[in-house]
Design a binder for this molecule. Structure first.
Ligand code: WAQ
Ligand code: MG
Length: 277
């Protein structure tokens, strides 16, 4: 990758309603090609957008953070209910209270924006009380400026494909979850897609890595979103600033294992956490 990096972001909407977005960080030589790829992606969606915005920002003079991706574990539960219970158990291991974890699941189930709509960004939630901190409940907080380096992208594709995870969403969600997990004050994240035909979701944290559940919702359900849990409200400003603006390149892929059954995974998790305390 050459020395000047650019953040390239695409968002597409129809009748003022967000329908898709994606972003990359690339060297100057790749900017035009990536603008085209992102535009193609916006146009390939089922619903033709009436507005596509591609935004290019130079990251020159900014410090670029680097890190390794979270490790991935797939946990196989028998149905949506048991997947959500297991997700709550993982959140509790990360320091999220039972009530905040339950509240987060309810938020995503009903649609986290007013009147049960989905948000463009994430909910920011107090890990103990379940209070919501994001100013704008329609929009939420969007994490931006993160990507794989070309080498790490080749490597993570290989590792995920080897485990049968070929969808671009898994790769992109893993990158986003890696950025979110490193934010000041963040102890965990819960996510499932707002796309009706994509049922997988995850809990992610520095402690547990990226714990994916193939069915966190029923097929056809258009509700979903992301909840980011903060342990200390004092970190709120720094957290939002990091999520929105600090550029992060993932330079190394992590591991990928599973599927494991939920009782087996949860037993292992509590054992590991007990020994690390
Ligand atoms: N920053 C914060 N929140 C976001 C962002 C972002 N950059 N992008 C999306 N969201 C929020 C927003 O509320 C969406 O409604 C919600 O997340 C879901 O977005 O196979 O596809 O792009 O392991 O529909 C997870 C499992 C898939 C992947 C997640 O999310 C796997 C997914 P979607
Ligand atoms: Mg979506």
């Amino acid at each position: 990758m050459d020395s000047i990096l650019y953040s390239v972001r695409m968002r597409a909407s129809l009748d003022g309603k967000h329908c898709c977005g994606a972003e990359r960080i690339v060297g100057r030589d790749a900017v035009e090609q990536v603008m085209q790829e992102l535009t193609t992606r916006a146009l390939q969606r089922g619903s033709a957008p009436d507005n596509i915005v591609v935004h290019v920002d130079s990251l020159a003079n900014l410090d670029i953070l680097t890190c390794k991706a979270l490790d991935v574990t797939t946990v196989d539960c028998s149905d949506v209910m048991s997947s959500r219970s297991a997700a709550i158990a993982v959140l509790k291991c990360c320091g999220v209270s039972e009530s905040a974890a339950g509240h987060a699941v309810e938020c995503l189930r009903k649609g986290p924006a007013p009147a049960g709509a989905v948000m463009r960004g994430a909910v920011l939630m107090d890990a103990r009380t379940g209070d919501r901190y994001e100013d704008d409940k329609e929009r939420g907080v969007r994490a931006s400026r993160f990507d794989w380096t070309s080498d790490a992208l080749v490597e993570i594709r290989r590792i995920l494909e080897h485990a049968g995870l070929t969808h671009f969403r898994t790769r992109e969600a893993l990158a986003l979850a890696t950025k979110i997990a490193g934010a000041p004050g963040v102890v965990a994240e819960l996510c499932w897609s707002d796309d009706g035909d994509y049922t997988a979701g995850y809990v992610a944290s520095r402690k547990t890595g990226y714990v994916r559940f193939p069915a966190l919702k029923d097929r056809g359900d258009p509700k979903g979103g992301r909840v980011i849990f903060l342990i200390d409200r004092a970190d709120l400003g720094a957290c939002i600033e990091y999520l929105r603006s600090k550029p992060l390149l993932i330079t190394q892929a992590g591991s990928c294992r599973g599927p494991m059954k939920d009782p087996e995974y949860l037993a292992e998790l509590s054992h590991v956490l007990r020994n690390s305390e």
